[in-house]
Design a protein around this ligand. Structure first.
Ligand code: 13P
Length: 341
């Protein structure tokens, strides 16, 4: 492992004003997104859609430090034959790859899942490195409910994340370590805070046991928010304050970057929360976005599968990328949101 190289890749991904585009929806997940806009889930449509994002040149160059791809996409070529990976590299952005194989029911722990994909991972990482990937992502899913998460659920997921991260670093790939505490349910913000603290403590303990170098990884956490169905929804300031409190308690400053998932927050909430946290800096790590839905819902709606809408979709994507870039600098305002729109 060359730690200097891993550290410089990680820093490039979260450079000031830059964040990560999570475009790694599996074929099943992109189906759900395409269903909403009435687009058939064909290989060509998936290619056309992702090509339009990666060809949004100015936004990619200025605001997107890394792009997470799905297995199909890292092998795909644009309509003119250029590999999609080359489009990302040409924009000065780092190509990455989702390597987990999804959350499956955890035996012995009803209601909980463990993320699979460790078997054969070393060989897959070597291949992805050849295809251009310089970072990877693995998502563990932690649900909140009566009696869950359990220690068994957290331990199994944290252990898998650590084994994945060590394998990535062995193969010159920066691991994005993503333990996602879900927003599903009616729990309040205090319960999200308590579960997220426990989760992150377990994850960093397992990363330590697995000899993962913190300087060569990125953490992708959830923000501290109440459940979607909780009657009390908290203010932007409360979410920012609770999230920073948890991160300061749990994430060593050796970690170069923290890039949040959006997790089902509205586009504007995801941006406002990130900006409020950065405005409260200075912080020991770069704090930015690694959004899927909060970057793509607007361009997907604008595109709706029609070639004549590509320019509109690209400007919707450029707008969200700019808003989140401002948020990563702590400089987003509602006025800018309206003006730029
Ligand atoms: P969302 O921002 O849509 O939560 O997706 C981010 C991601 O990569 C989840 O694994």
């Amino acid at each position: 492992m060359n730690l200097d190289e891993l550290n410089s890749i990680a820093k490039k991904m979260v450079a000031p004003g830059k964040g990560i585009l999570a475009a790694d929806e599996s074929t099943g997940t992109i189906q759900k997104r395409f269903d909403k806009i009435g687009v058939p889930n064909t290989e060509d449509n998936r290619r056309d859609y992702r090509e339009l994002l990666f060809r949004t040149e100015a936004a990619m160059k200025s605001h997107i430090g890394g792009v997470i791809l799905f297995d199909e996409t890292i092998r795909q070529k644009a309509k003119d034959g250029t590999p999609l990976v080359k489009l990302i590299e040409a924009a000065g952005s780092v190509p990455g790859i989702k390597v987990d194989q999804g959350a499956k029911p955890l035996a012995g722990s009803p209601g909980e899942t463990v993320t699979e994909g460790l078997d054969g991972l070393r060989e897959r990482l070597k291949e992805y490195h050849k295809l251009g990937a310089r970072f990877a992502k693995w998502r563990a899913v932690i649900d909140i409910g009566p009696g869950i998460p359990s220690y068994n659920g957290l331990n199994a997921n944290a252990h898998a994340l650590a084994r994945y991260a060590a394998l990535c670093q062995e193969n010159g790939i920066v691991p994005i370590v993503e333990p996602e505490v879900l927003m599903d349910g009616d729990h309040d913000i205090a319960r999200c805070e308590a579960v997220t603290v426990w989760t992150l403590k377990e994850v960093f303990q397992q990363l330590f046991y697995a000899n993962v170098a913190l300087e060569g990884m990125i953490l992708k956490p959830n923000m501290i928010v109440p459940g979607k169905n909780c009657p009390k929804q908290n203010s932007v300031a409360e979410v920012a304050e609770a999230t920073l409190r948890v991160l300061k308690q749990c994430v060593p400053s050796a970690v170069p970057g923290i890039a949040f998932l959006s997790g089902g927050q509205s586009d504007e909430d995801a941006t406002a929360h990130l900006s409020a946290m950065n405005a409260a800096g200075p912080l020991p790590w770069a704090l930015t976005f690694s959004y899927g839905r909060a970057l793509q819902a607007a361009p997907q709606a604008a595109w709706s599968g029609k070639a004549e809408n590509i320019a509109k979709a690209q400007s919707a994507f450029a707008h969200r990328a700019l808003m989140n870039s401002l948020a990563a600098l702590g400089k987003w305002t509602e006025a800018q949101e309206k003006k730029a729109a």
